[in-house]
Design a protein around this ligand. Structure first.
Ligand code: C5P
Length: 231
């Protein structure tokens, strides 16, 4: 990262699976005209590339190679891997579980670091994931840790899958969310944890508009404070 890019504002939104990070981050980015990074999609793409090439999910060196060599294009809402549209394929629960396994490997995380930081482009970036505020953009202007109860998250995931025509069992979803959160929080490489300077937002009882408004309010307050201290 060079000195010029570090002045570009970043809003980092981290939190557990299905806490609403994607929806909120996209809405905030749209409102501010900022770029958007869905970092989880990169880990999902590594898991998908591994599945396509029959790479074992414990072969760290081969997985890091996949991560380095990913031929990925983000085009509006669509994602292409080696020229093939994979927007829906990477959203499967299997891909999510594979992603959380490859994400535990330090060499894979290292291989994806610069690729994520390259999304920091003017006029600003909203980045969501697990380690946006702690590792990838530690100097983010605003860090939000978005949570929701496990039951609310399982319901949201259920609704999301149903909309895609995928049948899912609530009990299984709840168990898988618990297992994924457990793996994401317990790993030694960039575990899911709230940055010390993050603001926590429990979205359980809130609507999307309220959450977006809160993040935008925090961002404007922080931006005004930073501008004031630079004067
Ligand atoms: O957010 P999403 O469910 O798409 O992420 C899939 C998996 O990728 C997560 O369970 C997590 O293990 C991993 N991930 C990560 N760091 C990020 C984003 C995602 O470890 N910044």
């Amino acid at each position: 990262m060079n000195a010029a890019t570090t002045t570009i504002p970043v809003i980092a939104i981290d939190g557990p699976s299905a806490s609403g990070k994607g929806t909120i981050a996209q809405a905030v980015a749209k409102n501010l005209g900022f770029h958007y990074l869905d970092s989880g999609s990169l880990y999902r793409l590594v898991a998908l590339a591994a599945a396509k090439q029959a790479t074992r999910l414990d072969d760290e060196a081969a997985l890091a190679r996949h991560a380095r060599e990913l031929q990925v294009i983000f085009d509006g809402g669509e994602i292409f891997l080696s020229g093939q549209k994979v927007t829906d394929a990477i959203r499967s629960e299997d891909c999510g579980i594979g992603a959380s396994r490859v994400a535990a490997l330090p060499a894979v995380r290292r291989a994806l670091l610069a690729r994520q930081q390259a999304f920091r482009q003017a006029p600003g970036l909203v980045a969501e994931g697990r380690d946006m505020g702690t590792v990838v953009f530690p100097d983010a202007m605003l860090k939000v840790f978005l949570t929701a109860s496990a039951e609310v998250r399982a319901e949201r995931r259920h609704k999301q899958l149903k909309e895609k025509g995928i049948d899912a069992n609530m009990r299984t979803l709840l168990r898988e969310l618990h297992e994924r959160d457990q793996r994401d929080s317990a790993r030694s490489a960039a575990p899911l944890q709230m940055a010390v300077d993050a603001r926590e937002l429990d979205s359980s009882g809130l609507g999307i508009d309220e959450i977006v408004r809160q993040v935008l309010d925090w961002y404007r307050q922080t931006a005004a404070r930073v501008a004031g201290s630079e004067r």
